[in-house]
Design a protein. Sequence first.
Length: 473
Amino acid sequence: MTTYTQNLVINLIATGEETNTWGEVTNNNFQYGFEQAIVGRATVTFADADVTITTSTDVASNQTFRDLYLYCTGTNTAIRTLNLPAGIYKNYIIDNSISGSFNLNVKTTGGAGSSIAVPYGKRVVVYLNGVDVLQQETYMPSGLSLGVPLAITDGGTGGNTAALARSNLGLSSGATTTVGTMATQNASNVAITGGTITGITALGTPAGGTGLSSYATGDTLYFSGGQALSRLTAGVSKSIMTSTGTAPQWVSSLDVTQGGTGLSSYSAGDINYYASGFSMTKLGIGTVNSVLTSSGTAPQWTSTLTTAQGGTGVSSYSAGDITYYSTGTALSKINIGASGTALVSSGTAPAWVTQYSTVTFIMDGGGTALTAGVKGTLTIPFACTISEWTLLGDQAGAISITIGKSTYANYPGTITTISGSAPPTISSGNTKGQSSTLTGWTSAISAGDVLQFTIASISTLTRVTLSLKVYRT
């Protein structure tokens, strides 16, 4: 069985393995495993989406996860993420050369730690600790010096002397460093820290000031006239600023002419509608399951939709109910019928009726008198209940028939009598018999049951027809 190292997934050859291929496997380990991890360089192309690198047991070709140097290229329109494999220990050099000038975040797939941001055009050395991506260097030893000055774009001055640094930053030299005039330096880039400015009280509007020397929290400034701005103090909580036509003002709510509702409070579920005036009207939420309809001038809640509104006019049902139209503005309901019943029409409304079938068994002696004993069996393919039996003989005589039942699985081993104490019988001297009084009968039949018919006693008759009236269940 081939085994591999955890981090670089190098093929480990056990004693006695790789007969005649040991050299090829070893060469692959060195070429595609060790060499890639030490000096390997792979190109990782981004297409404006995150990229995930995974490990592989393939040691016969270059696999990106083993390379030391990952040259990231392509084009991004936003910051994207490079997902490195979790569960291994390895160092990488990440080169962000992706067009678009966005940072590249580096993390492990599923890692909980923070990602490492690689700026555009920079290279960063990272280390995988099996769980997260770590910054390779977190400390610079004292005495470290730069070979060339650190550029302004990298947070430096671009100079290796104070004079050159000031010159690069646009500052003059001398015993006291100044920033020149406002016009020279651009006021938006000048910060004054410490000290005081004297000789100015409140600059008026002609001088670019406000004409004000004090404020309260939340004041709004606006011009009304003269050389000073006016102040509007902060409104109460949730108030809205509108215009009087000459000055701003705070109001509690906007009316309908301002695109508002003219309402300042609601209850849960309120519905707004317009009736008249400058404010909307509120309709409180209806009861559970109520329906929103129109009165012709305003919305209203109703309990049910009538048939004229496309509804049923019925607000409650029982399982299996069927609706039908009779008269009025509401449908009528008919409850679900009993098991096995069929839905028919009375001509004016639907109705459930019992569905009857007949099970027939004929016993024929071929012109000679029938004798006692088992005469045959029938399989009943549907579930039903026996409600009546009928016997018809070919001539006057007498007969008594016992009916037995068995499941298909148990047939013929177990036959149980179901005809009770009142079995199908033609009394002596008669040609027929019928009864719906099934005293002691087991009248329920399951689908697939086998019925067995046995003549218990017989006289004269040569042919007898037994019919069982049943209704499906």
